[in-house]
Design a protein. Structure first.
Length: 321
């Protein structure tokens, strides 16, 4: 199997059928809601918090709240519902999480979206959690990750997942491939294509996206939604304090499997980075929308699905000049 990643794929244009790029529709139906864009900030502590989740939901963008303050999740769901907004949370697979699912059910506070968020999602214990969630709160739209093979996608879908999350260690803050020898780092786009052969439900491409053109490439190879960490970090709305270094402004960014996140140096597969300060996230989302509209126009279509049909070429190297 010849592998490739975002940097050595270029999509080939088709005849344009719209007069203005502004006519292109970038919206996506994902689960029970329709969103302005097929992108979601990573459910990481340095990317997402309650304030940003509220803003995203108010403006018809998808979000996934992280699971690193587990005691606050029930209150978070209730708070979002009181505001008339959808709730989207993350859970793990530890024994206490089963009690949490029971709490959600007892409080009649079922989130519209639940993500089982573990580094290696192709697991007997993940399957056990899928079945429990689908038994106790079946109305939640259940996203499960992370996965990296067609066999994993097939088995996790069959267990009851409504969507899967694809990507083992391709993120900017992730060092899984160096620490373990495993993962999709360096060939994430190929992995997405490979997994799409087995997928019958939506896939979220998670990690490895560095430019807005990578969004179109993700959709071409099967993604319905793209989860992005480093590109969404560093904004005014991003959690964390602004750090000044050599006269420039940055914000801290760290992986969910980093020593910083874990609070200890065991099984570390992530690192800390400084991300240049970027201003308001609304401006980044607008630029993403405009660039995706341009992508759709180049694809010869009117909506995101036109990107699935375009041809592409594989480049052995990239001219960065």
């Amino acid at each position: 199997m010849r592998t490739f990643d975002y940097h050595n794929v270029q999509l080939l244009p088709e005849k344009c059928i719209i007069k203005s790029r502004s006519e292109a529709d970038t919206s996506v139906q994902f689960g029970p809601h329709k969103f302005q864009l097929p992108v979601v900030p990573a459910n990481m502590e340095t990317v997402m918090d309650e304030n940003l989740a509220t803003w995203m939901a108010q403006h018809d963008y998808f979000y996934v709240m992280h699971r690193f303050q587990p005691e606050q999740r029930l209150e978070f769901v209730q708070s979002m519902h009181k505001k008339g907004l959808f709730a989207s949370i993350s859970v793990g697979i530890k024994d206490a999480e089963y009690d949490f699912i029971d709490e959600l059910k007892a409080a009649n506070a079922v989130p519209e979206y639940t993500t089982i968020d573990v580094a290696h999602g192709h697991s007997d214990f993940v399957i056990k959690m899928i079945k429990y969630i689908k038994k106790e709160i079946p109305e939640t739209f259940l996203i499960v990750g992370n996965l990296g093979t067609p066999d994993a996608v097939r088995e996790i879908e069959n267990a009851g997942a409504d969507a899967t999350k694809i990507g083992i260690g391709p993120g900017k803050a992730c060092i899984t491939k160096y620490k373990t020898g495993f993962g999709t780092g360096g060939w994430q786009l190929s992995a997405l294509k490979w997994c799409s052969k087995a997928a019958t439900k939506p896939m979220i491409a998670d990690g490895g996206i560095r430019t807005n053109g990578d969004l179109a490439k993700s959709i071409r190879f099967g993604a319905t939604m793209m989860m992005i960490g480093s590109v969404f970090a560093g904004h005014v709305e991003s959690p964390g304090e602004i750090v000044e270094k050599n006269g420039k402004k940055f914000k801290q960014y760290w992986g969910s499997a980093s020593a910083k996140q874990k609070g200890e140096h065991h099984n570390v597969e992530g690192r800390q980075l400084l991300i240049p300060f970027k201003g308001n996230i609304e401006d980044t989302l607008l630029e993403m929308k405009e660039d995706l509209q341009s992508s759709i126009s180049y694809a010869g279509g009117k909506d995101l699905m036109s990107l699935r049909k375009v041809n592409y070429v594989l480049l052995d190297s990239i001219d960065e000049s």
